[in-house]
Structures are given as C-alpha cells and as structure tokens.
Ligand binder design. Structure first.
Ligand code: 5GP
Ligand code: MG
Length: 177
C-alpha cells in the first residue's frame, strides 16, 4: 500500500511513545492497587490501548465498546451510534475510559454518563489527544496527551473513511495538496 503526499506528520511515533510513557506513569501511581477496567472506544483507540496497557505493570482488565459518530467524512454527525455498548459489569469497579481523540467531547461524556449510571466506583478519562478548541461539552480529561489543532488527523488508529489507521504517526490530512 502506498500513501499519498497529502499527509504531513504532526506527531511522530517516537513522540507518541514518549507521551504514552508519561501517561502510564500517572496511571500507575493512581491505579496500582485498584484492579481497574480500561475501556477502549473502538475503533480509533485500538492501537493506543494496546501500547498503553503494555506500559502498565499491575493487574487490570480490558473491555471494549464501539461507537460511531463520523460515518463517512471529516465532520462528526453529532449523533452517537452504539455498535457495541457496555455489556460487562462495572458496578463498584474503577473504570478508565481510553479514547483516541476528544473533539467535541460528546462521545466521552456519553460513555461516562452510562458508566456512572451503572454505578462504577469511579470513572476517569485518558485521551491520547484532544482538540481543546472544539470541545462543546465540558469533559474532564484526567490523563491528557497530545494537543491537536482544529484540523483533521489520521494515523495511529485514526481513520478517514476507514483508511490510514495503520500509519504509525499522527498525520494531518491536507485538503487540496
Ligand atoms: P467527539 O466529537 O465525540 O469528542 O469525537 C468523537 C470521535 O471522533 C473521536 O473519538 C474520534 O474517533 C473521531 N475524531 C474526532 N476528531 C478526529 C480527527 O481529527 N480525525 C479522525 N480520524 N477522527 C476524529
Ligand atoms: Mg474515538
């Protein structure tokens, strides 16, 4: 497969790896004795989840939900479609949401509200990246990684029409290049 010259690297694989090590330090400090459930929001956060859990050297569980709000294209529909919801027990468990990128904040808030309603002992959010200028609902990102400008990015799990997820870097996808 070849990728076009429409891509420019925003965060390299090395920068991503260093940031994940820093996030992991904080998570280790806070969750070492809590046997947390890490819940990855698919599909975008599958690579982040895989890299993050391998930096964590204490007992934990992993679960996955799958939501979609983009469909085809670069703009969120604003409506969250639940493809696979919270089918596992969270009552009295410490849960940590693992997300690829917080844009409007709607997806994170949506999942957080479900987990609180299901009586999780605590619910926190870890996001590899965030577009602070785009947040339309207040989301507390407890473990926040890379800042992304108001541009569309792909790679490291993030797609455009299901492509580019396998790029090792986070890249800007230019419109007319
Ligand atoms: P929300 O607007 O609900 O915070 O973001 C929902 C989801 O939209 C994110 O988890 C991510 O999967 C996707 N998303 C947001 N911004 C981008 C982007 O720049 N590129 C890609 N590929 N997906 C994005
Ligand atoms: Mg996502």
């Amino acid at each position: 497969m070849t990728f076009t010259d429409k891509l420019s690297v925003l965060y390299s694989r090395d920068e991503i790896a260093s940031k994940i090590k820093l996030l992991a330090q904080d998570i280790k400090r806070d969750y070492r004795d809590k046997n947390p459930i890490l819940i990855s929001i698919l599909k975008g956060s599958f690579i982040f989840m895989a890299d993050l859990v391998r930096e964590l050297d204490f007992p934990l569980e992993v679960e996955f939900v799958r939501f979609s709000s983009y469909g085809k294209g670069k703009k969120s529909s604003g409506k969250i479609e639940v493809i696979q919801g919270v089918t596992f027990e969270v009552e009295n468990r410490h849960v940590l949401i693992i997300d690829d990128i917080v844009d409007s904040g709607l997806t994170c808030k949506f999942l957080k509200d479900i987990l609180i309603e299901k009586k999780a002992a605590s619910v926190k959010v870890c996001a590899l990246s965030s577009k602070p200028s785009q947040h339309t609902v207040p989301v507390d990102i407890d473990y926040s990684g890379l800042i992304v400008p108001d541009k569309f990015v792909v790679g490291y799990g993030l797609d455009f029409n299901q492509k580019f997820r396998n790029l090792p870097d986070i890249c800007l996808l230019e419109e007319n290049k």
